[in-house]
Ligand binder design. Structure first.
Ligand SMILES: Cc1cc2nc3c(=O)[nH]c(=O)nc-3n(C[C@H](O)[C@H](O)[C@H](O)COP(=O)(O)OP(=O)(O)OC[C@H]3O[C@@H](n4cnc5c(N)ncnc54)[C@H](O)[C@@H]3O)c2cc1C
Length: 576
C-alpha cells in the first residue's frame, strides 16, 4: 500500500501515468463490500444502535477518535474537504459500513461522513472493531481489507493530505517529510527552491517567517514545527498510561515490529517506542527480495506498514517520536524508560530492538551536510532529490547495493564506491543485478576523502585505486558503512561486545556479572528481564527475516521470564 500522497518517483511496478480510478468506488467490492443479512446480524452484538437525522455528521474530518458505522437504513455520503472544496467521494446505504485505516492507526479521520437521509446504524468503536476482528476473523478480514483498499483509492483521488513547503536541501523540511513518510501520513512535498512552488505558497501565506510550512487545504497549520508538534497534531503520540506494560519494545524496525506482533497476539500488554516511526532500516529500502513469501519482492516500507497494522490489530500500542534515553531498574524489579521527548513509562520486561545506524565515514565537513546531500537512507524522499543527476553510494554490503539499485531508477548515474576489490559481502542476486545495471558504476578500491559544499553538498573528492584524487560533482552521497549498534543509551550493566553489540543468552551465561540462579533465556541480556533482538544483538545475520524472527524469539523469552517464579521464590542455584 502506498501510504503517502507525495509526488515522488513511481516504484518500478507502478503504472507510470494516471491511475484508472473507477468513477464509482462502490464498484470495488474489496473497498466497499456489501454485508449480507447474516453478516449484519453477526456484527450487531459488537456495537450499539444509533440514529442520525438527515445532514447530521456521523463524523467530520479531523475528528479524533472516530467510529465505524454499519448502515441499517438510509444513506450516507463520504465527503473530502482536503482541497478546500467539498467533494463527495462516495455514497452508500444499507449493508455498507463506514471507516478507514485510521480507525486502526488511532489517528484523526481524514474525511467527513454525513447522513444523506435519516440513518439507522450500528456504531463500532475502534475497541469494539478490534474485539470483532479477534472473535469473527472472516468478518474482520472484510473490514480490514476494505479499510486498506479505501485508503489506496483515496490517495488515487484528488484527496490531498498535508502539504509541506520547504527547500530540498533544508534539513528541517526533510525531517518533517521523513516523519510523515515513515508514519504513512498522506502528504505532498513542494520544493520551494522551485519558483512555481514559491508562488503557490505565496497564495496561501505571503509573509512566511520560517520553513518548512505545513498546510492543510488552504490553512497554514505550522511554520517550522518541531517533530513533537507535528506528531502531536497527527496524534502519532498518545498520552502514555501510568499502568505497567508487560513488555516495552524499543525500536520499530523489523525486530521491534516482529516482537510487537507476537507479543500483542499472545496477549501481552505491549508498547513500542521509536524515534521516527515504523520501518527502521527496512523502511528505507525500496525492495526486499529475500523475504520468504514474496517472490516478486516487497518494498521495505510496505512490509513495515503491514506489520505495523498487524501489531495494531492485535492491540499493541505505539508511541512516536519517542527516543529512549534512559533505562533503569527500580527496586520493585520494574523497568522505567525515559525518552528525550520527556516521557516516562514502566514495564515488567524490555526488548531492545534499536538496530544500527550508519555514518562512520571519517571525512571533514560530512557531519554538517547531513540531510543536505549526505544521507544514511535511500527512500523515495531522498531519491527525488537525485532526479536526473549523479549520486554516489559508499559501501559494499547489501544495504549499499539496494540503495544503488533504487537510486538508479531516478539518478542519471550512480557510483558505488567499494573500498575492497569485490562484492563478496553482498547477496549474489543483488551483485549480479548491479553488474548488469548500466546506470550503476561499481568502483572498486575507491574511497571518499573529502566533500565540498556549504549549505548543501556539491562535490566529492575520491581517492582512486591508483592513489589519484579525483573531484566529482554529486547531488547526493549515501553512506552505508560502519554499522554501529544504537546501544549507547543503555546502562553499563548490559554487557556488549567491543563494538557495542549486545551479548545475550549463552554469551551472558559465561559472564561473572550474571548472578541469577538460572540460565539466561536465549536472547536475554546481562540485565535480567531485558532482551535484545535484531541487528543490535551480537552475532545476528543483519537481514530483515532474521530480525523479524529474532523479535518473535525475544517474545518467547519474555514469556519464559514472566512465567518463571522469581529468583527469590526459587532460591535455587544455577551456574553455567
Ligand atoms: C538501504 C538498505 C537496504 C537493505 N536491504 C535489505 C534487503 O534487501 N534484505 C534484507 O534482508 N536486509 C536488508 N537490509 C538490512 C535490514 O534492513 C536490517 O537487517 C533490518 O532492518 C534490521 O532490523 P532491526 O529491527 O534489528 O533494526 P533497524 O531496522 O535498524 O530498526 C531499529 C529501529 O530502532 C529505532 N531506534 C534506534 N534507537 C532508538 C532509541 N534510542 N529509542 C527509540 N527508537 C530507537 C530506529 O529509529 C529504528 O526504527 C537493508 C538495509 C538497508 C539500510
Amino acid at each position: 500500500m502506498s501510504g503517502s500522497g507525495e509526488s515522488l518517483p513511481p516504484e518500478a511496478n507502478e503504472p507510470p501515468g494516471g491511475f484508472g480510478l473507477s468513477p464509482d468506488p462502490l464498484s470495488d467490492p474489496v473497498a466497499y463490500p456489501h454485508l449480507s443479512a447474516i453478516e449484519i446480524a453477526e456484527v450487531a452484538p459488537f456495537g450499539e444502535h444509533c440514529f442520525f437525522e438527515k445532514d447530521q455528521p456521523l463524523f467530520s474530518a479531523g475528528d479524533y477518535p472516530f467510529n465505524s458505522h454499519l448502515v441499517l437504513t438510509g444513506r450516507v455520503r463520504i465527503v473530502d474537504v482536503s482541497t478546500g472544496e467539498r467533494v463527495v467521494f462516495v455514497r452508500y446505504g444499507a449493508g455498507y459500513f463506514t471507516g478507514d485505516i485510521d480507525l486502526l492507526t488511532r489517528r484523526p479521520s481524514v474525511v467527513s461522513c454525513e447522513a444523506e437521509t435519516d440513518v439507522e446504524a450500528i456504531r463500532l468503536t475502534p475497541n469494539q472493531l478490534r474485539n470483532m476482528f479477534i472473535r469473527k476473523p472472516q468478518l474482520g478480514e472484510k473490514f480490514w481489507k476494505s479499510f486498506q483498499r479505501r485508503r489506496e483509492l483515496l490517495l488515487l483521488s484528488k484527496f490531498r493530505g498535508l502539504s509541506i513547503y520547504g527547500r530540498g536541501d533544508d534539513k528541517a523540511a526533510l525531517d518533517a517529510v521523513q516523519l510523515l513518510f515513515r508514519n504513512s501520513v498522506p502528504h505532498e512535498w513542494f520544493d520551494t527552491s522551485k519558483e512555481e512552488n514559491r508562488l503557490k505558497l505565496q497564495q496561501i501565506r505571503e509573509d512566511v517567517q520560517s520553513y518548512p510550512v505545513v498546510v492543510h487545504g488552504s490553512q497554514v497549520l505550522f511554520e517550522a514545527p518541531t517533530r513533537e508538534q507535528l506528531a502531536d497534531h497527527l496524534h502519532l503520540r498518545q498520552k502514555l498510561p501510568s499502568s505497567t506494560y508487560d513488555v516495552l519494545i524499543l525500536g520499530a524496525g523489523p525486530a521491534g515490529l516482529g516482537a510487537a506482533v507476537y507479543a500483542a497476539s499472545e496477549g501481552l500488554f505491549s508498547l513500542v517506542l521509536d524515534g521516527l516511526g515504523p520501518g527502521g532500516q527496512a523502511g528505507s529500502t525500496s525492495r526486499i527480495e529475500n523475504y520468504a513469501g514474496f517472490p516478486d519482492g516487497i518494498s521495505g516500507r510496505d512490509l513495515a506498514h503491514l506489520t505495523y497494522l498487524q501489531a495494531l490489530k492485535f492491540g499493541a500500542d505505539f508511541h512516536v517520536p519517542s527516543t529512549v534515553s534512559d533505562l533503569d531498574r527500580r527496586s520493585n524489579g520494574l523497568y522505567r524508560l525515559r525518552t528525550i521527548e520527556g516521557d516516562y513509562v514502566l514495564g515488567r520486561t524490555v526488548i531492545v530492538a534499536t538496530g544500527v545506524s550508519y555514518g562512520l565515514l571519517n571525512v571533514e565537513g560530512l557531519k554538517s551536510l547531513q540531510g543536505a546531500g549526505v544521507y544514511y537512507s535511500a527512500t523515495k524522499v531522498e531519491a527525488r532529490l537525485c532526479r536526473s543527476s549523479a549520486a554516489h553510494v559508499v559501501g559494499g554490503g547489501n544495504s549499499a547495493g539496494q540503495a544503488a539499485m533504487f537510486l538508479s531508477q531516478t539518478a542519471d548515474e550512480v557510483s558505488l564506491l567499494v573500498r575492497g576489490s569485490s562484492l563478496r559481502k553482498m547477496s549474489s542476486y543483488l551483485s549480479e543485478r548491479l553488474l548488469a545495471n548500466k546506470k550503476v558504476r561499481i568502483r572498486y578500491g575507491s574511497e571518499v576523502v573529502g566533500v565540498d559544499g556549504v549549505e548543501r553538498i556539491c562535490g566529492l573528492r575520491i581517492r582512486e585505486p591508483n592513489g589519484e584524487i579525483r573531484e566529482e560533482f554529486t547531488v547526493g552521497l549515501f553512506v552505508f558503512i560502519g554499522a554501529k549498534p544504537r546501544t549507547d543509551f543503555l546502562p553499563q550493566a548490559i554487557a556488549r561486545d567491543e563494538k557495542g553489540f549486545l551479548l545475550t543468552g549463552p554469551e551472558v551465561a559465561l559472564l561473572a556479572a550474571w548472578k541469577e540462579p538460572r540460565p539466561p533465556c536465549s536472547v536475554e541480556t546481562s540485565l535480567p528481564g531485558v532482551f535484545a533482538a535484531g541487528d543490535c544483538r551480537h552475532g545476528t545475520a543483519k537481514r530483515v527475516a532474521f530480525a523479524i524472527g529474532d523479535g518473535a524469539s525475544a517474545v518467547a523469552s519474555v514469556h519464559n521470564f514472566l512465567g518463571r517464579p522469581s529468583s527469590r521464590q526459587t532460591g535455587g542455584e544455577w551456574r553455567p
